[in-house]
Structure formats: C-alpha cells, structure tokens
Design a protein around this ligand. Structure first.
Ligand code: CTP
Ligand code: CA
Length: 222
C-alpha cells in the first residue's frame, strides 16, 4: 500500500523503457543472446507506473514477473526492438534504454537446422543497428534520453564517450566486475553520468536504484 500511495510526480508523462536481452537466431533451434535478466529495466518501468506515468515496456524474453499496468511489447531480436522502439519514440517524453541489445547477429539465418560437420565451425556475424544512437539522432524537442552502459574496464571514460556519441541526456553506468552489480543480481552499483556531472551511488537494490534514476531525470527535466 505504501508503494501505491507514493507521490504521483510522473503523472501525464509518457515513458518508454526497454529491458532484457535480445535473441539473434542462427537457425530454427539456436540463437545468440546474453545474460541480461531484465531486472533493472523492469524495476524502472514499475517505478514509473507507480509514480503515475503512462509506461510502455519493450522487452526481450525474461523469466521475471511482468510489471502490472504497463503496456508490454515483447520482442526477440535487435531488429524487432528497433522497429517497436523507433515507431513509438516520437510520442515519448522520456526513453530509458536498459536492454542488452546484441551488437552483432548471424549474417544468414538458416531455414533448416544446421547439421554438424568437421571439427570447427565459423559463424559470420553482421552488425545490428544501434537503436539508442538512432534515438539520439531523432530526439524530439524536450525529450529525455537515458542509456545504460555496462563495462568491465574504463567505465567512466567509455560511458562518457557513449553519452556524447549517442546524444544522450544521461547514461547509467555499471561495472560488471564490481560485487553486487550487473546481470542477474537484485542489487546494483551505478554511476549516473550527464553532460554536467557524475553521481556515484552505493550498493542498493535495483528497485531503489530505479527510484534514484527517476528522481534525477525529473530534476534534470525541471
Ligand atoms: N544499444 C542499442 N542498440 C544497440 C546496442 C546498444 O540501443 N545495437 C544501447 C543499449 O540499450 C544501452 C546503450 O546502447 O542503453 C549502451 O550499450 P553498451 O552495450 O554498453 O554500449 P555499445 O554502444 O553497444 O558499445 P560496446 O558494447 O562496444 O561497449
Ligand atoms: Ca554493446
């Protein structure tokens, strides 16, 4: 009840959140994916809903509970995520991209199951479209764009470069090597980076981190 009674400080805002992994098929039985569980993105979507926003969640396959009272758009591949996100982007006030999008996909998808032959196999991959970069290039007046950045080294430098390259208003960085941060855990250790500042938070639950991210976004939107 305490949750439901929280301040509706996002009332009237349209927010699009992406979460979870993408799956890139190589044949009818196999695909390339990553360890994303969707927890961070789902926590953000749920918090936005509780604070009164009109929320769309474009999500890769996850095994966690879907947030209620949120418009859920399931996708599998990076290409599908690109279509669903860019199609809905123009009407959003805030877009938060927590999804772990594959950077490469198999160049050809075999219609039939690939049979084994020989001791080695090479799989040709091609680059996927960078959804966030596209959003940064087509950002609407007043729209707030927040990305995520997962690194194992040079976290701040690399994340700053992504903030700039993708024309973002904020990037939430985490270091996969830090205890309690990253994939699968219920906690995270994040640094919120904007063109003006860097805010490092201690270890906290993903729910709590989601709240802090939204507080900062609302503050920056003014
Ligand atoms: N992203 C995206 N589309 C892609 C790849 C990434 O929208 N094809 C988004 C992610 O959702 C995330 C942000 O870009 O919000 C940063 O993702 P990350 O993997 O950390 O960075 P990349 O730019 O892909 O660079 P690299 O993986 O080489 O670090
Ligand atoms: Ca990447």
């Amino acid at each position: 009840l305490k949750e439901i009674a929280c301040e509706k400080d996002m009332k009237g805002l349209r927010v699009l959140v992406t979460a979870g992994p993408t799956m890139e098929a190589m044949d009818p039985v196999r695909y390339i994916t990553n360890h994303s569980t969707g927890k961070m993105g789902y926590a953000i979507a749920r918090n936005c809903m509780l604070r009164g926003a009109d929320v769309t969640l474009v999500t890769g396959q996850t095994s966690i509970e879907k947030p209620r009272f949120v418009n859920i758009v399931p996708i599998e591949s990076a290409r599908e995520m690109f279509e669903e996100v860019t199609g809905r982007a123009p009407e959003q006030d805030i877009i938060i991209k927590a999804a772990a999008v594959a950077d490469y996909r198999p160049q050809t998808v075999s219609v039939e199951k690939v049979k084994k032959s020989g001791d080695h196999m090479t799989l040709e991959l091609e680059k996927t479209d960078d959804i966030l970069k596209y959003l940064g290039e087509h950002k609407k007046e007043g729209q707030f764009l927040c990305g995520f950045s997962m690194e194992t080294e040079h976290m701040l430098e690399n994340s700053r470069a992504k903030l700039k390259k993708k024309n973002l208003d904020m990037i939430v960085a985490n270091n996969l090597k830090q205890a309690g941060a990253g994939f699968g855990t219920d906690t995270n250790v994040i640094t919120m980076i904007t063109p003006e500042e860097e805010i490092s938070l201690d270890l906290m639950s993903k729910e709590e981190a989601a709240g802090k991210i939204l507080d900062e976004i609302l503050k920056l939107r003014g």
